[in-house]
Design a protein around this ligand. Sequence first.
Ligand SMILES: [Fe+2]
Length: 273
Amino acid sequence: MLLLIMCILAFLIWHNNTIVVSHITYSSPKLPESFEGYRILQVSDLHNKDFHGRLTNKIKEAKPDIIVITGDLIDHRKTKLAVAVDFVADIKDIAPIYYVTGNHEQASDERGPLMAALEVLGVHIMDNEYREISLGDEKIGIMGIPDPSIQQRLGGYDWMDQHGYVHSWLLELLKDVETDFNILLSHRPEKFDSYRAAEIDLVFSGHAHGGQIRIPFIGGVIAPHQGLFPKYTSGMHTDAGTSMVVSRGLGNSLFPLRVLNPPEVVVVTLSKA
Ligand SMILES: [Fe+2]
């Protein structure tokens, strides 16, 4: 019995430290021709986990055109600023980095120093920002919104109106948008209805940690803000012209183990076909 428990523990430790690279092809006729084969690598929910260079190597091997980080780079319960900043410093020369905050950055006292350090490293901080990515004379848009819990920090927070915040931020951003094809970075997958209502083409989100424990043929068991058997924990979800990629993330927060749910890096390849 003791041997069995030790074997299960050894498996779980190995499993929680083995990075899986998930490849997704996203197709849209709206995509400008120059972006055929464009590779977007997503890092999400690292929660200060240190993979001691293995994550950096996986990112290098994937040869991305850009890297997007969709929040919870740190964990507010055990913030290790140096781990997060050193990781970003290691990957900053691989490809341009676009970043939005998660709920953990918003809850952390070290949010300010983290943002300052990321800015020094040349990271595009995309909370309520819109930018254009150009290839030749064609371009696509990329925008981001902060985690809705930013309102808790700023005051006037209403748990019931997170949908309202997301919706108003998106409307504000879209006022300046001149690109026909647009990507959104947003930590929260459960706000998919808002992204679809704003007619965003492609969304990158995280937060759900794959549902923490994954049951074959069923999926994730539990996720924050989605509860039991959550709808959005992994893969790509498409409805009415909006597709949302949900990363299962790389680290853990309150619950320290992933079960049948290894740490994940997502690589999305854009295609016109
Ligand atoms: Fe989160």
